[in-house]
Design a binder for this molecule. Structure first.
Ligand SMILES: [Cu+2]
Length: 147
């Protein structure tokens, strides 16, 4: 008798988990589309401090994660008065990110649907902060496509 009560509790717990998981999924955009915003900031805007103790230009995040087979809308919002770009040949991307005009950030939105899981290198192809351009996590990084 005791054993069956434990079983009932276990089933109720699993059901509760299933409900909360479904609730989480419903709160996000539909499972077939995802959204990602990447901010681009300059050293002057204190994008990211390097191990050299100085501020550097950076993509935030510089190592984003997307899912394979899921259409992902990526919006780049550039607060820097200089243009940047995202070049990721493995994903067929070459995105020009316009400069901010005064206090209005430059914006561009793309759609990515990566077929194969893996880690894809990207870099900024627009001459900007030379240190950032050669350091992962600043003006270069990798896009992780999860299965
Ligand atoms: Cu750049």
């Amino acid at each position: 008798m005791k054993r069956s009560i434990v079983f009932v509790f276990a089933v109720a717990a699993v059901a509760a988990l299933a409900v909360s998981a479904a609730g989480t999924a419903a709160a996000k955009p539909s499972s077939s589309t995802a959204r990602l915003t990447i901010l681009v900031k300059s050293d002057d805007e204190h994008a990211k401090k390097g191990p050299d103790g100085k501020w550097h230009d950076a993509f935030l995040p510089a190592n984003p994660v997307v899912r394979a087979g899921v259409k992902t809308t990526i919006t780049f919002v550039n607060y820097d008065g200089g243009a940047h770009s995202l070049v990721a040949p493995g994903l067929g991307l070459n995105v020009k990110i316009p400069a901010a005009k005064g206090s209005t950030p430059g914006r561009v939105t793309i759609t990515l649907k990566a077929k194969k899981a893996g880690s894809y290198d990207w870099w900024c192809g627009s001459p900007c902060d030379p240190w950032a351009m050669t350091h992962n996590g600043y003006m270069r990084g990798s896009i992780l496509v999860k299965a």
